[in-house]
Design a protein around this ligand. Structure first.
Ligand SMILES: Nc1ncnc2c1ncn2[C@@H]1O[C@H](COP(=O)(O)OP(=O)(O)OP(=O)(O)O)[C@@H](O)[C@H]1O
Ligand SMILES: [Mg+2]
Length: 375
């Protein structure tokens, strides 16, 4: 450090960051404020499991970045540390079929992957339940981002198997927490009636944080992540304001803090200024988009690219361009369009085209360059 106290320049061996890890996506916060009612309902639902009974099932809903995954993770960590309850969180973006979900459960319960040689679903299922019964364990499964199971039409089968496990395998006790960030999806309504008749979940809603709550939570994160005095109240308020503009998704705010910190370092400044935040915002506002694009399959990504090149054109014309690249049929093509529409990456609205009747027009919901840059 310089001898001159007025010197605001950062030396090569210095950083604005105290601990940059706290801005990483999977960092689990030590305090979890403004979510007390949600945590209470979740604990109420899970308490029977601690006593060795089947817990209540739960649907947790709320827009992106409102603490749903974090809530499940904190509870699961507590249960693992303090009780015999077995907990598994399944990321349905990655495991989006019933078979994949149960393979994940198998791997977590047995500590090794199920045989890849193609063991039947029935066998996979009964090995899991046999083990639970044998160990007299209650299993709580969080189907995180369960909306992806719906996009693949796998939700009803998956839930049906989990919810009726105790009937198929006497003594098996499984509870399910469904976490959805798709507010347009009515989870219960979208299930088959055979599932609806056995699924009477508790509902927990994760409302978007308000600006003051965002500032409070991010202030704590900034204190851990930055050296003292690096982020002042004006900067923090601006970050909270921009985060609220993005639907209150805390991921945007956390990303903004980190990028603004890096921008300050680039200027060799000891403190983050609002200009660093404004500059970071051009990137940070796309955190949803990046996250959604990252989980797409190759053919889904290929279609996004084609749509970006033919933004606003009719579905039929875009299919012609798409089919030059892949051998997917029109049915699968339509399914992918539905998924991209549900993910809000594109809009697919019906319009009347002269001489051709009703057809869907496909438009990107984001700037085409921003999308292509992130693919
Ligand atoms: N109350 C809180 N206190 C501290 N950090 C929080 C709080 N709520 C959320 N976060 C942080 O915000 C980020 C997003 O939270 P989380 O991943 O739990 O959101 P989510 O609701 O699961 O979002 P998505 O629906 O997009 O999966 C995480 O980095 C998490 O640490
Ligand atoms: Mg989540």
């Amino acid at each position: 450090m310089s001898d001159d106290p007025e010197d605001r320049m950062l030396g090569w061996d210095e950083s604005v960051f105290r601990d940059e890890h706290v801005f990483e996506i999977d960092w689990l916060p030590e305090t979890f404020k403004h979510r007390d009612t949600q945590m209470e309902t979740l604990k109420y639902a899970l308490r029977p499991a601690v006593r060795g009974s089947r817990p209540l099932n739960v649907i947790a809903r709320g827009p992106p970045g409102t603490g749903k995954t974090t809530a499940a993770q904190i509870l699961f960590d507590e249960l693992t540390a303090q009780t015999d309850v077995k907990t598994v969180r399944v990321n349905c973006q990655m495991d989006s079929t019933r078979y994949a979900v149960f393979s994940r459960l198998f791997a977590e319960i047995f500590d090794y992957e199920p045989p890849s040689s193609g063991i039947s679903f029935k066998k996979l299922f009964s090995q899991i339940t046999d083990k639970l019964v044998e160990e007299d364990e209650v299993l709580v499964v969080a189907l995180d981002d369960v909306n992806y199971l719906f996009y693949e039409s796998e939700a009803s089968d998956t839930l049906y198997s989990l919810l009726r496990a105790h009937e198929a395998h006497s003594g098996a006790k499984i509870g399910v927490i469904c976490v959805s960030s798709d507010l347009e999806l009515d989870v219960i309504d979208a299930l088959d009636t055979r599932v609806q008749s056995v699924f009477r979940p508790e509902e927990v809603y994760f409302n978007p944080y308000g600006q003051a709550e965002i500032a409070d939570i991010l202030g704590e994160r900034a204190d851990r992540g930055f050296n003292e005095g690096v982020v002042g109240p004006t900067v923090l308020d601006r970050v909270a304001e921009l985060t609220e503009e993005q639907g209150g998704d805390l991921r945007v705010g956390i990303d903004l803090l980190r990028r603004a910190g890096m921008n300050a370092e680039m200027r060799a400044s000891r403190s983050v200024e609002t200009e660093d935040v404004e500059e970071a915002y051009d990137k940070s506002k796309y955190v949803h988009l990046s996250r959604r694009l990252r989980e797409l399959s190759d053919s889904e990504t290929a279609l996004v690219e084609v749509i970006a090149a033919h933004d606003g054109q009719q579905a039929g014309d875009i299919y012609d361009a798409f089919s030059e690249q892949t051998d997917l049929g029109y049915t699968r093509y339509s399914e992918i369009i539905n998924k991209l529409d549900q993910l809000d990456i594109i809009d697919a609205d019906y319009t009347n085209v002269e001489g051709r009747g009703r057809s869907r027009e496909l438009t990107l919901n984001y700037d085409a360059d921003a999308v292509l840059e992130r693919l």
